[in-house]
Ligand binder design. Structure first.
Ligand code: ADP
Ligand code: MG
Length: 753
């Protein structure tokens, strides 16, 4: 069965070579009960370890069932140990946190028995060693003799043809020791038992052979009893070695996860730290890449990335029902009904010719509240304006001058007055940091946000809309463009003109051969969205002299060339409803998605972000790459920090793993068990984080740092983070298992036990 031919084992440490044993010739057969004795240091344990495949040897050859083993690889040795060798140690080497039942079960699991086969087998074996009453007792609570019985039960469960026992009674009182030896001899008549002992007298009644070692050599090899009915070599049954079944592995892994609560909590704390670290790093990365701006657009002043421009595909104005539909979509913060204002930049100045200050600003819909007022008050009348300005900007510097003064408001593009009256600056306040950021990021220069009354806003809307229209007139057979971008002052509403009539200038009137009175003037009003035709009858011709009388105004120089129509007609021409609306989303990162939803609802949508030209010249790309490299570096650092903490915590696991290696678990088994354990703890940690983030999102818990954090986490991000963290936890386990297996089974065992 087992034959050693001139086998030697040397240890080399620090250049010194010492001999474990040398030139040993021995042959063992199934059925033998062999005792190896000899003084301390004579090489007994070393010999036993070589026989068990726990240690390699340097010289000679050991045959197992006729097969030479000197060429065995690590895997071959592992296989040999699994199939042939059951070990019993002086120090018992049980899993203390497992019950008696679980200790025995562990062996059957590693051998590949299924869940159904195991219980009956375990119960039978425990009964054989007389521990049925203790099946549910933890190994740590047993006496020495009982522990060694468990070790025997375990060796039996492994069903190997060979059992080796190194000083199995060394830690036991003489009565327990005698019982153990008796038990061993009774239970293993059909096996080869090799037992190392100091106390030969104790084992003498049972052994069939006595080998005495001296100074690393076999000094004596004596047959004691007749070998009764030795098995033939062919009928030797080796142990089942199918390896852990997947289900068993998961169950064992889970058992290991929770059976030491303190260790579990420590690991959980580490993984909570890891998850938190990774989530925080990831979001700060998203935050950094998000701070880019670098874009401009030729058509829109307001290029905020949370803006989506919406129109109807049929070209009609948007209705109240449309606004309702848009406002009802998820993720929509605001629907700006007449969004022409968004792109309107205005100048505020005390004097358009040579003012003391020019403040360029934009008009903001929505009221400011009292808390924003730093000086003065909010606007109450249509000729009052309130300013929100950035700290330490231009406007901040001139606010002493501007506060309380009367100002003109002009379109920044055309310098056209937007309101007929002057405005009074009645109050101001500072922008919030977030608002300043929006202003900073925009490529449009802006020094203030203007808050006006709704009445004032209405006036400006009409003026702005007029700006986006152009008019053509057909008069006396000639077509002429007026107003809009052409530079003329265009149409002016007036109470003095009767409805349906139009008052024209002398210049225009002179185009007719006869009198202009009563002639028809056709007016075409065009915008991006509509072309309308109107017919007017010329009711009067004005000049410098009769302007005051006809139209009650004296600003002939300003209005010369304009056409005057009734206020109601004017409103009919320009108050066409709103053809373009803007949807402001709560989070610009969802703009694309929401634009999709808007189109699904039957509108045309255009994300402002898509219309931005990059003005950064590739710099952003470099910056983002840098951030990504940084993120990877930080993740790596986190990984290693976690690894070292996990390693410290898992030190207690080393004993466990060296023990199950003794029992025949492979490297793969240990690695998988560890993966199950770390993966489980990681999942608990991750889902704890999810729960916390969920609570923060729902508003049940208010932690501003966390609120900030989840702003950057979409479901997709969470899935990505989960995958990254899964990978990290599995890599952690793999790395730890690899370290564990750098040592030979025996060294691991010697160090840990
Ligand atoms: P025994 O079990 O008979 O007391 P061992 O087999 O433990 O003796 O030791 C035999 C010899 O091998 C001793 O001289 C011992 O110093 C040496 N030895 C055992 N293990 C090692 C080791 N890991 N490294 C170096 N020398 C060792
Ligand atoms: Mg020894």
């Amino acid at each position: 069965m087992l034959r050693l031919e001139r086998v030697s084992k040397f240890y080399s440490a620090g250049g010194l070579v010492s001999t474990g044993f040398s030139k040993v010739d021995l042959e063992f057969r199934i059925g033998e009960f062999v005792a190896i004795t000899g003084e301390s240091g004579s090489g007994k344990s070393t010999l036993l370890n070589v026989i068990s495949g726990l240690d390699s040897y340097e010289e000679g050859e050991m045959y197992v069932g006729g097969r030479p083993t000197s060429g065995f690889s690590k895997e071959d040795l592992e296989d040999y140990r699994k199939k042939y060798i059951g070990n019993i140690f002086q120090t018992f080497n049980l899993i203390n946190s497992y019950t008696v039942y679980q200790n025995v079960e562990l062996v059957l699991l590693t051998s590949g028995y299924s869940k159904e086969e195991i219980p009956a087998k375990v119960d039978g074996i425990i009964e054989k060693v007389g521990l049925s009453a203790y099946a549910k007792t933890k190994a740590s609570k047993l006496s020495g003799g009982q522990k060694q019985r468990v070790a025997i039960a375990r060796a039996l469960a492994k069903e190997t043809p060979i059992i080796v026992a190194d000083e199995p009674t060394g830690n036991l009182d003489s009565q327990s020791a005698a019982d153990i030896i008796k038990l061993l001899s009774e239970l293993s008549k059909d096996k080869l038992i090799i037992i190392v002992t100091h106390n030969y007298d104790q084992v003498e009644p049972y052994v069939t052979r006595k080998i005495t070692m001296h100074d690393g050599r076999v000094a004596e090899d004596k047959q004691i009893a007749r070998r009764s009915d030795l098995c033939s070599e062919e009928s030797i049954q080796t142990a089942r070695a199918d390896g852990l079944q997947t289900g068993s592995m998961v169950r064992l892994g889970l058992r290991n996860t929770f059976n030491l609560p303190a260790k579990f909590l420590l690991l959980l704390a580490v993984f909570i730290f890891l998850c938190g670290g990774v989530i925080a790093q990831y979001t700060s990365f998203m935050n950094m890449t998000d701070m880019q701006t670098g874009g401009y657009n030729n058509f829109f002043n307001n290029t905020a990335r949370d803006r989506i421009i919406v129109t109807r595909p049929d070209g009609n104005p948007l209705t109240e029902a449309d606004y309702k539909t848009l406002a009802g979509l998820g993720g929509v913060k605001q629907v700006v009904q007449n969004d022409l204002m968004l792109d309107l930049m205005v100048d505020l100045t005390d004097d358009p010719e040579n003012g003391n200050f020019y403040i360029i600003g934009s008009i903001q819909e929505g009221a400011a509240d009292e808390s924003r007022v730093r000086e003065g008050r909010l606007p109450e009348k249509d000729n009052e304006v309130f300013l929100l300005i950035p700290k330490n900007g231009y406007a901040d510097g001139v606010m002493d001058l501007a506060m309380g003064s009367k100002v003109d408001m002009q379109d920044n593009n055309s310098a056209a007055a937007l309101l007929k009256e002057k405005l009074r600056i009645v109050g101001w306040g500072y922008m919030t940091e977030a608002e300043e950021k929006i202003v900073d990021e925009s490529d449009v220069y802006c020094e203030a946000w203007l808050k006006l009354t709704d009445g004032a806003l209405n006036h400006i809307r009409s003026a702005a809309l007029e700006k986006y229209c152009s008019q053509e007139i057909t008069f006396a057979g000639k077509i002429q463009t007026i107003g809009g971008e052409s530079g003329g002052t265009g149409l002016i509403p007036s109470k003095e003109v009767p409805s349906g009539q139009i008052y024209v200038s002398e210049d225009l009137a002179s185009m007719t051969s006869g009198s202009a009175y009563g002639e028809t003037l056709k007016l075409t009003n065009k915008s991006l969205y509509f072309t309308d035709q109107y017919s007017f009858t010329v009711g009067a011709v004005y000049n410098k002299e009769n302007l005051q009388q006809l139209l009650s105004r004296s600003d002939f120089d300003m209005v010369a060339g304009s056409l005057f129509v009734n206020e109601k007609d004017y409103a009919k021409i320009f108050d066409k409803g709103s053809f373009q609306s803007s949807v402001i989303v709560s989070d610009h990162r969802n703009a694309e998605e929401i634009a999709g939803a808007i189109e699904e609802a039957g509108y045309d949508a255009f994300c402002m972000e898509d219309g931005l030209a990059d003005s950064s010249g590739g710099f952003i790309v470099i910056l983002h790459t840098l951030y990504a490299v940084m993120l990877a570096g930080i993740l790596l650092v986190l990984f290693f920090i976690t690894y070292f903490i996990v390693k410290l915590i898992l030190k207690s696991r080393n004993t466990y793993f060296s023990t199950i290696r003794m029992l025949g678990a492979t490297k793969g088994n240990c690695s998988s068990l560890l993966k199950v354990e770390l993966f489980t703890v990681f999942n608990i940690a991750f889902f704890l984080w999810l729960a916390v983030l969920g609570l923060v999102k729902s508003g049940a818990v208010r932690v501003s740092a966390l609120q900030n954090l989840i702003g950057y986490l979409s479901a997709g991000d969470l899935v990505l983070l989960y995958a990254v963290l899964c990978l990290m936890s599995i890599l952690l386990a793999a790395r730890y298992a690899r370290q564990l297996f750098k040592k030979t089974a025996m060294n691991a065992y010697k160090e840990e036990v």
